[in-house]
Design a protein around this ligand. Sequence first.
Ligand code: PBG
Length: 324
Amino acid sequence: MRRLRTHPKLRDLVRETHLRPDDFILPLFVRHGENQRVDISSMPGHAQLTTDLLADEVAEIEALGIPAIILFGIPAHKDAVGSDAFDDVGIVQQAVRAIKSAGLKLLVMTDVCFCEFTDHGHCGIINEKTGQTDVDNDATLEILVKQAVSHARAGADVIAPSGMMDGMIVALRQGLDEAGFTHLPILSYAAKYSSGFYGPFREAAESAPTFGDRRTYQMDPANGAEALREVLLDVQEGADMLMVKPALSYLDVIQSVKQAHPSVPLAAYNVSGEFAMLKAAAANGWIDEQRVALEVLTSIKRAGADMILTYHAKDACRWLTNPG
Ligand code: PBG
C-alpha cells in the first residue's frame, strides 16, 4: 500500500475526497440595534452583528468564495409565540433585505424555527391544554408557514426549517406554493438530534429553553435507523435538500442517509460545540487547529455530505487557497 503514498503528487492523484470553498455554508447571527458587534465568548471569532454591519461582513464572505450563509436572528422582543419571527420587519427579514439591497450575490438561507424568538425558548407554541406542557405540533406548523413566507417575501433564497415538527415540510411546501414561492427550495433539518453539542449556539442565539428540553421533538442520539424514517418522510413531503445535525458524532447517520437517498443533496451541520471543542484545544496548544479542522471537514464530506454548515468556513477557505 505504501507505493502510492511515497510522492506528494501521487497522494494528490489518488485522493478520494476534496474540500473546496463552495462546499461551505457559514452561519451568521444577526441582532437588533445599531453598529454593534457582540462577541460570542464560546465561539471565538464569531459575533452577533447588527444589520448595518452585515453588508461589509457578507461582502468579505462572498470574496472568499463561500457560496452561502445561513441567518439566525436575535430579536429585540421575545413573546410566547415568537411574533418577531413572522413579522415582515422582524430581525431576519431586515437582515435579508440589508444583504440583498447591498447587491450581494451569495445565497441567503434562513433558519426557520422559533427558539430564538419565544420567551420560553422552545421551537414552537406551548400548549398546556393537553395536560402536558409541550410544543403543539400543528399550531406551530401554521406559524412556521407564516415565518417562511415572510422570509421569502424579504428575499431569502433557501428556507431551512429546523424545528423538527411532524409534517413540517409538506406544510411549508404548500404554504410557499400558495403564496407564489413555488421556486423556493427547502433545505430540511431532517435528522436533527437532541444534542449537548448545541451549547455554545444557545449562548450565541440566546435560545436556551427556560424549562424542560427539546427531547419531545428532536431525535434521541441513540437512534440511527429512525433517521432514515425522518428523512424518507421529508423526501416524500417535498424536501429539496436534507440535513443531518450534528455532524461529527453522527458520521454513521450521514453515511446511511446518503446511501438511502444518493440523489438528494445532503448537508451536514458541524455545530457550535464541535467548533468550540476544537478552538479550546487549539488555544491550549493541544492540537493544530488548521490540520484538525480540515481533517474534520474532510471526514464529514467523506461520510457523504455534499455541503457543510460550519463556523470554520472562512478559515477553511483561506487555508485551502493558501496551504501551509
Ligand atoms: C434551532 C437551531 C439550533 C441550532 C441550529 N438551529 C439550536 C437548537 O436546536 O437548540 C444549533 C446549531 C449549532 O449548535 O451550531 N433554531
